[in-house]
Design a protein around this ligand. Structure first.
Ligand code: TYM
Length: 325
């Protein structure tokens, strides 16, 4: 049985990296899998600074992005993580078997600390344990994510193995599913991945003029050839990857199309590829935005079902740990 789980933090507008790195695979997998659950991981989102006044809207926006991108409520459950308390309950149990040394060496934790050491709280350190619980509370075995999440998937497997060895076989191994766009880089700094802030990313909800302006401003490499080489031409290669994945044209065909053309001609065309790709997404998003009742209904039905599934795992876990009184 293939059981898919994935999630995104509602910490800003979803961008092309989130789409190409993760959501694109969700949409394909929801049709093939026996079960698929996609979560807006709002408890993860509060581990970095957030504004309580705007947070509910950010969660709602992420839900709309999921639906607009093609998450199909007939095939998958679409949930808000905090509405299924079994995630955090299992995370607590996992906390009791996870050595701190497994967590404080993780690259995402170190990166966050570099950004702001005043946010060195337990939630930041513990973040991957909650992620393991998100996945294992449904006994999921396939997790479509971008490359940056690989250490967390490895940790999930370590925790599952440790639980099995301490309390008996309960969880099966979890596999990550990476896309070709598993690492889309920032448009402003190709040493960083595309993120949810500023001009370095294209939000799925950006309007055509914003998209054109951001691509125009995107950094390029020295020279003028439009060739794919991630070592010598990281910026152009990143733009070619986006062009390739959104237009479904082969990379070598793109190189041939732009053999005698300039960076600016290539960028102008890329902007139109992105605008055209996002147009149906944005139209669909507006339809859902105008129908909050339907959206709430999808969420509540999914969350009911998710609580039912998750509580079965939790019962089994408690039984095995002698906590079923
Ligand atoms: P988050 O919110 O940082 O990112 C969501 C997903 O988007 C992918 N991604 C990218 N892929 C390619 N290029 C990029 N520039 C890029 N930026 C982001 C991420 O790899 C991810 O798949 N810890 C997770 C959320 C989470 C989760 C889970 C995921 C919580 N519980 C359980 C899977 C299963 C996170 O912070 O993702």
């Amino acid at each position: 049985m293939t059981k898919v789980f994935s999630g995104i933090r509602p910490s800003g507008k979803l961008h092309l990296g989130n789409y190409l790195g993760a959501i694109k695979n969700w949409i394909e997998l929801q049709n093939e899998a026996d079960k698929a659950i996609f979560a807006v991981v709002d408890y993860h989102g509060i581990t970095t600074p957030f504004d309580p006044k705007t947070y509910p809207q950010q969660v709602a926006d992420t839900v709309l992005d999921y639906l607009a991108a093609g998450v199909n409520p007939d095939k998958a459950l679409l949930i808000r993580q905090s509405k299924v308390p079994q995630h955090t309950e299992l995370a607590w149990i996992f906390n009791t078997i996870t050595p701190v040394s497994w967590l404080d060496r993780l690259p995402t934790y170190k990166e966050q600390l570099e950004k702001s050491s005043k946010y060195n709280h337990m939630g930041l350190l513990d973040y991957p344990v909650l992620m393991a619980a998100d996945i294992l509370v449904y006994k999921s075995n396939l997790v479509p994510v971008g490359e940056d999440q690989m250490p967390h998937i490895d940790l999930t497997n370590e925790i599952a193995k440790k639980f099995n060895s301490m309390f008996g076989e309960t969880f099966e191994p979890v596999k990550a599913k990476l896309t070709e766009g598993a690492r889309i880089m920032s448009l402003q700094d190709t040493s960083k991945k595309m993120s949810k802030t500023g001009d370095e990313g294209i939000a799925l909800s950006d309007d055509p003029d914003t998209i054109r302006a951001k691509i125009k401003k995107a950094v390029t490499d020295s020279g003028k050839d439009i060739l794919f080489n991630e070592d010598t031409k990281p910026a152009i290669s990143n733009l070619i990857t986006i062009y390739h994945l959104l237009s479904v044209k082969e990379i070598k065909n793109i190189e041939a199309m732009y053999e005698n053309k300039s960076y600016s001609e290539f960028k102008n065309d890329l902007a139109e590829v992105v605008v055209d790709f996002l147009k149906p997404f944005q139209e669909k998003r507006r339809k859902f935005e105008d129908d909050p009742k339907t959206v709430l209904n999808i969420l509540e039905k999914s969350e009911d079902k998710a609580r039912e599934l998750a509580s079965k795992t939790l019962e089994e876990v408690k039984e095995k740990m002698g906590l079923n009184y």
